[in-house]
Design a protein around this ligand. Sequence first.
Ligand SMILES: *Cc1c(COP(=O)(O)O)cnc(C)c1O
Length: 220
Amino acid sequence: MTSNLAEINKKIATAAQASDRNPNDITLVAVSKVHVAETIKPVLDAGHRVFGENRVQEAAEKWPALKDAYSDVELHLIGPLQTNKVRQAVQLFDVIETVDRPKLARTLARIFEEEGKTCDIYIQVNTGHESQKAGIPPEEVDTFIKLCRNELKLPVKGVMCIPPFDEDPTDHFKLLKSIADRNNIKVVSMGMSGDFEKAIEHGATHVRVGTAIFGTRPGY
Ligand SMILES: *Cc1c(COP(=O)(O)O)cnc(C)c1O
């Protein structure tokens, strides 16, 4: 695992330099979903601190103890968030990457207030207009960002997308980057094990890599 981690970090640096970008401007979100704490610990021991999980319940079982044992962990929620799980998510995560609808945004605003704690939020965009996939449609994203920022006062820090699996992701990466730029958003979360270098070429600041670090996920 740790040799994989070193190799991914090297590839990130190479891809950044190829696009005249500073490797330090790119954050690797190590996607540890499905993997148990014993598998995650070597990556923590190697000094890595930014992780992604896609299920609130699974993260709640694994991460409180790991967060106690390793300081400065930054945990990202990268999977869909149901409104009845928002309080638990807010308590557990530092970043919620999958904010994609007004009802969820309003619930987050209320729970932030009640808990006296906020998370950074990223807006998930359904760049491929896939009916089964989460994310706000690209045509509605500017209005949604305004709602989140101006009315709800949410800390909108980034945008995120998961391109269709069966398409070249290039156009999706370009679209997400253009949405970020025109809304003055600095963080662009895109790129996974198979395409993170291409995502960096198109402006990703955060790449979400699971399989290439931890190996194939059992049951997937
Ligand atoms: C699982 C997952 C990833 C990581 O995918 P890999 O192909 O294993 O690198 C990235 N983003 C999201 C939203 C995921 O659910």
